[in-house]
Every structure is written in C-alpha cells, then in structure tokens.
Design a binder for this molecule. Structure first.
Ligand code: SF4
Length: 236
C-alpha cells in the first residue's frame, strides 16, 4: 500500500536505489559502462570488416552532414607498417580512399622508395570524414572519431606507425608538442595498454606540407630510413 508520509516515501526510494546499485555492482554492470567510455574499449567486439561497416553509417559527429564517403582505411590488415594522416581531403572524400590526391601520390612515392607497395602497408586517417573546406579537425571531432583508429591499430597490430603531420602525432602520442620537435625519433604509442609488442610511433611531416616545402623532403626521408632499419631489425 502507498504511504502518504513523505519521509517514509523518501526512505523507501533510498532503499530501492541502494538495492539497484548493489545489484548492478554485483553483476559488474557499472564497470562495463565505465569501460565502454574508454576509447580503447570502444568497438572491442568488432573485427576490421564490422568496424568498417559501423563507420560507413556513422553520424556521431557533424562531419557526416557534408561527406560523400566515409574514408575508413586501406591496405594489408596484417601490416607491420601503418601510416596515419589527419583527415580525408576532397579527392579522398570523392573516391573513398585515403591519400589519393597530390599529397597521396607523394606518399605512394615515399612508400615505393621504401621498397613497399600501398598493398603491403595500411593507410588510414584520424578522422574518417572530410572537414568542410579542409579546415583543421576540431578537438571534439578527434575525440569522437579516434576510437575507430584506435580499434584499427589494435586489430592490425603494426610494428611501426608513421604519424603524418601534427594532428596524427598529437593524437597518437597524446601530446601537444610540435611536429618539428617530435619528428625523427621513435616514441611510445600512448593509446594502448597492449603490453605485448606495442607499436612504436615515428612522427614525420605530412606529405601536403612537403608539397609546399620541398626542402623538408630530406628530413622525411631520414625518418623513413630509420623506419626501414627498425623493420629490418624486428623481422618476425
Ligand atoms: S568523422 Fe568519424 S565520428 Fe564523425 S561522422 Fe565521420 S566516422 Fe563518424
């Protein structure tokens, strides 16, 4: 029977909430919800193909409104070497593939100079949809989209990730240090608790930057030589 006494109603409500909370804790449900919000845990039950399917219909941030394609990533799902850029541009948005414009052609040339093909490596971006007018990614867009990339990296398990440009380097290394200060050195990948063979990250300049600053090509080539040497010394 319902009570008309407000104090008694209040005490009943507290008892019900306490019972509910203890049940949730007993079954680990609160813990599951907390883990769900961790970027590393998001999409933890999806393989690469299911992850791609999920991304293709993603409307989690405003970038879905103007996109023609979701540019998920291409290449070898078991690649030792992964390249990560910032976001798709106009050509990539049209074709649904990362790095296919002028900057993409330059990246393909760099990959060939390293004695690989695009099919040997895996290529992706931090953002899967094009920011309008090629503006910089907004922090909330990076935060919303990056769990896709984090899951891609967990599934592919590369030995090295080459971070192309400032946005990719800052996200993968969880830092605000400039790309000029980061490049040329191996760093720890910051976004995994994977204890067995975690990838190392080599930040370098973005190919689009190289198109405007030809002299920086020499630095990028030095960085890629270090990458080749690392792969040679860590053959499985
Ligand atoms: S940018 Fe990423 S989070 Fe935003 S709509 Fe595209 S896939 Fe979803």
């Amino acid at each position: 029977m319902e009570s008309n006494d407000p104090k008694e109603e209040y005490l009943n409500l507290v008892a019900t909430v306490r019972e509910y909370v203890s049940e949730q804790l007993e079954f680990g449900l609160f813990e599951a919800e907390i883990n769900e919000s961790e970027p590393e845990q998001k999409y933890a039950d999806l393989d690469l193909s299911a992850l791609n399917d999920d991304a293709q219909s993603c409307v989690k941030c405003g970038l879905h409104e103007d996109r023609n394609s979701v540019v998920f990533g291409v290449g070898n799902p078991n690649a030792d070497l992964m390249f990560v850029g910032e976001a798709p541009g106009a050509d990539e948005d049209r074709q649904g593939e990362p790095f296919v414009g002028r900057a993409g052609k330059l990246l393909t040339d760099i990959i060939k100079a390293m004695k690989f093909t695009r099919e040997d490596v895996y290529i992706a971006n931090v953002l899967k949809c094009r920011p309008p007018g090629n503006r910089n990614p907004a922090p909330d867009e990076v935060e919303t989209c990056s769990p896709y990339l984090i899951r891609q990296i967990t599934l592919i398990q590369p030995k090295i990730i080459v971070a192309l440009g400032s946005f990719a380097a800052k996200m993968l290394l969880d830092t605000n240090t400039s790309i000029s200060a980061l490049r040329g050195k191996f760093h720890e990948y910051a976004l995994t608790k994977q204890s067995e063979n975690p990838p190392v990250v080599m930040p370098t300049f973005h190919p689009a930057y190289l198109l405007r600053n030809q002299s920086a090509k020499r630095e990028v080539w030095k960085d890629m030589q270090q990458v080749m040497e690392y792969l040679e010394n860590h053959k499985s």
